[in-house]
Every structure is written in C-alpha cells, then in structure tokens.
Write a protein that binds this ligand. Structure first.
Ligand code: TNX
Length: 529
C-alpha cells in the first residue's frame, strides 16, 4: 500500500483492521506522557487512535475537495460548521497556506464503498475514502471529534478544537436502517427530514418509509386519487392525517440522497390495507368499501387476492413508486396477513414479486414473505421474536435456507416503539420492555439459530407510531436507542461491550441538546451533568 502524503499528513499505510476492540484507543507514544483519552465515538470505528495533537478551526480554515466525489460530504460539513462557528469555511480545490480539512476520494484506500481513513493533527485534517459515500460517513466521525456546540444551529464562541486522532473504519453490514411509520400518524416532509438527518449522524444508510396501513394511505398515486382523498385523511385516534405528493416524496428522496441514505418505500399488503379498502370498493372481495379505521388492532384487513383488479392496482402503485425511487428495493409489507388464507397469501406474494421485478426492483418484505418462497434477490425482515405473538425465527431461518438475505429488526431489541420501562408514557410493550441496554445487547448474526453472518444483510430499528404523534415523541423513542442499533450494524462484533458503549453514548447527549433533540435521559447512561 502506498502511504498517501497530502498536506504532509502521513496516513498510516497499514492500520490493522479489526485489530482493536471498538472504542479502544491506542495512545500514540508521547515519550511516557499520559495517554490521551479515546475520543467517544458512536458507532465505534474499526480502529481509533488518539494522538493528543488537535487541529483548531479558524476563520482561515478551508474545506478542500480534490474531486467531484467529495462535493456532497464537503458541503454537508461546511454547512454544519458555518452555522455554529460563523466562519466562512469556503470549499476550495487547494488548501493554500491556511491549512484545512481535506476530503480526498482520488487515491484508492481499499476500504470498500463506505470505508474511510481520518487523520487529525495540528497540521490539518485529512479524510480519505474510495467514494463520496465513504467521505460522508467519515464526516460523521469528524463531527464527533468537535465540541458538542458544533451541532448548534446558531453561532457560538470558539475555540473549535478537533481532537487529534487517527481512525480507520468500514461497516460490518451493508444495511443499517431506520424505519418510520407515517401511516398510523402522519409526519410532514420537514419532520421526516429531521428524522433522517439525526439518524445519518450515526451512519444509518437506509430509510424505510412505511407509507400505508389500516389507518392511513400516505402517498399520492396518479390513477388512484381516492387513496389520498379518502385513505389519506385518517390517523390513529381520529388525529389529522395527511399524505405526500409526488414532489414531496421526491424531496424526501433527494434529502436522503444528499446524506447517502437510500429510501425504501413500503406499501403494506395484503393485510394492513383498510385505508385502501375504504378508498376503493372494488378492491374488496364483496365490492363494498370498508369504513375508515382509526383504532390500533392489526390483522383484520386484506386485499382481495383472487381479483385481477388487485394486481392492476398494485402494478400502478409499485410502478409509480419504482419510478420515483432510485434505490433497489420496493417493500410490499406482507406481515400479519391474518385475514388472508395461506394459499392465497403465497400466490399473492409470488405475483407481487413479479410486479416488483417487472418494474426493475427487488422485493423486500417482513419475514412472513418467507412462506411464499421468495426468490433469492428478495430481502426478508425478521421482526417477530420467539417470545412474541408467534415465532418469527422459523420464518427467518427458512428465508436464510432459500438464500434470501435478512434484515434483523427483532421487536424485543430493535423496536423503538417498545416502552423503556413500565413507566414510559409513550409506546407499547407487546414484545416486552426495551431499555437502552437491551436495545444494544444483541448480535444480528447470533440471535436466531440458523441465521449467521452471511445470511444477514444488516439491521433496522422500526418506529411504529400508534402512540407517537409529534417529532418530540419520535425523538424520545428513538434517542438514545437508535444509535445502538446503528452501532450493532456498523461496528465490529469483537470487543463490543455495554460498559464501553454507555460511556460513548453519554457523550452524544450534549450533541442532541445542542440540536434540541428530545431524548430520553435514561438512568442507564452516565450523561455528563
Ligand atoms: C407489529 S411489526 C406490526 C405493526 C405494529 C407493531 C407495533 C410488524 C411487521 N407489524 O403493524 O405497528 O407491531 O409494535
């Protein structure tokens, strides 16, 4: 490997990958001086070394991008830091004399599409990656080397010291997702953007948008206007509904793309469809429109799997979503189809999978789709723990046996709508209580017998919104649990421990406070006072 020497900053040519436990900083040799403390990073990188040689941002600091690949990461970083520091932080192609933050994707690093190396010293910052995406992930690490006030939306006094460190990093799993249910309660484009942006700081790269359910249909479909005129009006508890126009959806996709986050739209079928069944009488087997539903039961609705119109309908919906969605997946739900006969369910999923393929996408669905013998390019999401209403682990295993990759979202660890404790005001508890430690203490490749590392595409933290009505509610449930799921998906399994994690997590508190995030101050985490 050729050591890259830009700005005179040597980047260690052969940092040993997975040689260090996450979070464990190897102190540089300072002739016997005390070892500098490890920076507190979430998710823990593959290796991090504190050097004790910080870089200080000044009004002369520039952000240097060496190629177009770095443009998105550079403008994200500059926009963030301009707000809090008040410095101009121009994005330029040459550092000049002032030194600066160099983002470089021109020299191969061999760290995969999301890997990066980061070196901060008194001379400057060098962030190197193979791709713009890698640079963006590295920028999220760089953020956490700055003081928490760097997250502030308004100008704060310096100094703006960046902790001296050498980091080498790449993700364990390709899929690290956050799911948001905008069907039970509707969230505006602005609210969704904030949710995406907060998650992207923890290297979440997939945003699964649950766009339809019994209580609401949230995306306009050209040929089927009543879906939003009727199905879009309602929400749980009689609260106000809403829906996204095509342009709204495009705006969400673009915003996510700017953060290297892939949007996965979900239209839940054949169950969880009362909002569609209320909008169009002809989607019902008996030809009679259902009444709008604002309760929280599940499993009572079903599209008419024997009618051709059902598949014309889904062809229109999936086709339109496929055209608006640059990512590879369309999620067809498939969960809790308790009002659909088994044979009908299997035939339905097989037919819908063909529709998804015809529109050039891969099918994703909850683990129940495993029963319909999906093709190996489809992805199943494991959600139902053994202790839950049924045993989803058998479905997950059978998906793995077919070569169908799994996204692991076990409700008893990863569901952000479970209460933290019996006294939590929001959320539910059908999968048990999920405190911060429980959300963190599991491994996706060891959870289900017969589902190993190679079967797992990654992890996801779903946030169902039967009880969550505001952004403050979403944030209370997601923070601080979502970063734990993100770390499980990103960081090496080796050396991950709750005792180490809780200290790094605590350091995020002031960052959230600076952004007015309504996080749960769990007593399990040693928040700075
Ligand atoms: C189960 S998870 C559901 C959702 C509910 C959730 C509440 C899944 C695939 N189905 O419809 O919102 O529980 O925790």
């Amino acid at each position: 490997m050729r050591p890259s020497r830009r700005l005179g900053l040597p980047i260690a040519a052969a940092v040993v990958i997975a040689g260090l436990a996450p979070g464990q900083a190897r102190a540089a040799d300072h002739g016997g001086a005390a070892h500098p403390a490890a920076p507190r990073l979430v998710p823990a990188p593959v290796s991090v070394e504190a050097t004790g040689d910080p870089f200080t941002l000044t009004s002369a600091t520039r952000v240097v991008v060496r190629s177009g690949a770095g443009a998105r990461a550079a403008s994200y970083l500059a926009r963030l830091l301009r707000r809090s520091t008040g410095y101009a932080l121009p994005i330029v192609q040459d550092a000049g004399a002032g030194g600066g933050i160099v983002l470089d994707a021109t020299a191969p690093q061999g760290l995969g599409p999301e890997g990066y190396r980061l070196e901060v010293s008194g001379k400057g910052v060098l962030l190197a990656a193979d791709t713009g995406e890698g640079l963006f992930r590295g920028v999220q690490t760089l953020r956490q080397l700055l003081p928490a006030k760097a997250e502030s939306p308004s100008r704060r006094p310096g100094p703006w010291r960046i902790t001296g460190a050498r980091v080498t990093d790449r993700p364990r799993f390709a899929y690290r997702g956050a799911m948001l249910d905008v069907a039970r309660h509707f969230f505006t484009v602005r609210q969704v953007k904030r949710y995406i942006d907060l998650a992207a700081a923890y290297k979440v790269n997939m945003f699964h948008l649950h766009l339809s359910d019994d209580q609401g249909w949230r995306i306009a479909i050209g040929k089927w206007p009543r879906l939003t005129e009727v199905g879009g009006r309602t929400a749980v508890g009689g609260d106000r509904g809403g829906f996204y126009t095509r342009n709204d959806y495009r705006e969400i996709v673009k915003y996510a793309q700017d953060r290297y986050v892939t949007v996965i739209p979900e239209i839940d079928t054949p169950g969880h469809t009362n909002a569609a069944l209320a909008s169009y009488a002809r989607l019902n087997c008996d030809g009679r429109a259902r009444r709008p539903y604002t309760g929280t039961d599940v499993g009572f609705s079903s599209l008419c799997v024997g009618k051709d119109v059902t598949y014309r309908f889904l062809d229109d919906v999936i086709g339109e979503l496929a055209r608006l969605t640059p990512g590879p997946y369309i999620d067809i739900g498939g969960d809790e189809a308790k009002s659909t006969r088994r044979a009908g369910y299997r035939a339905f999923v097989a037919r819908v999978q063909k529709i998804v393929h015809r529109h050039g996408k891969r099918m994703m669905g909850w683990e129940e789709i495993a029963d319909a013998k999906p093709s190996p390019d489809s992805v199943a999401e494991h959600w139902n723990p053994v202790t839950g209403r049924q045993d989803g682990t058998e479905l997950a295993r059978s998906a793995a046996r077919r070569g169908v990759k799994l996204v692991m979202a076990p409700a008893d660890h990863a569901y952000l709508d479970m209460k933290y404790t019996a006294r939590t005001r929001l959320g539910t508890d059908w999968a048990g209580l999920v405190d911060v430690r429980r959300a963190y203490a599991w491994d996706p490749a060891r959870l289900v017998a017969g589902v190993g590392e190679d079967d797992v595409l990654g992890v996801e933290a779903p946030l169902w919104t039967e009880t969550a009505r505001t952004s403050r509610d979403l944030e209370y449930l997601a923070y601080p649990r979502l970063p734990g799921i993100a770390e499980i998906g990103w960081s090496p399994a080796r050396g991950r421990s709750w005792d180490d994690y809780r200290v790094r997590l605590a350091a995020q508190g002031p960052r959230w406070s600076a952004r007015s995030v309504n996080f749960y101050h769990s007593p399990q985490v040693p928040w700075p006072s």
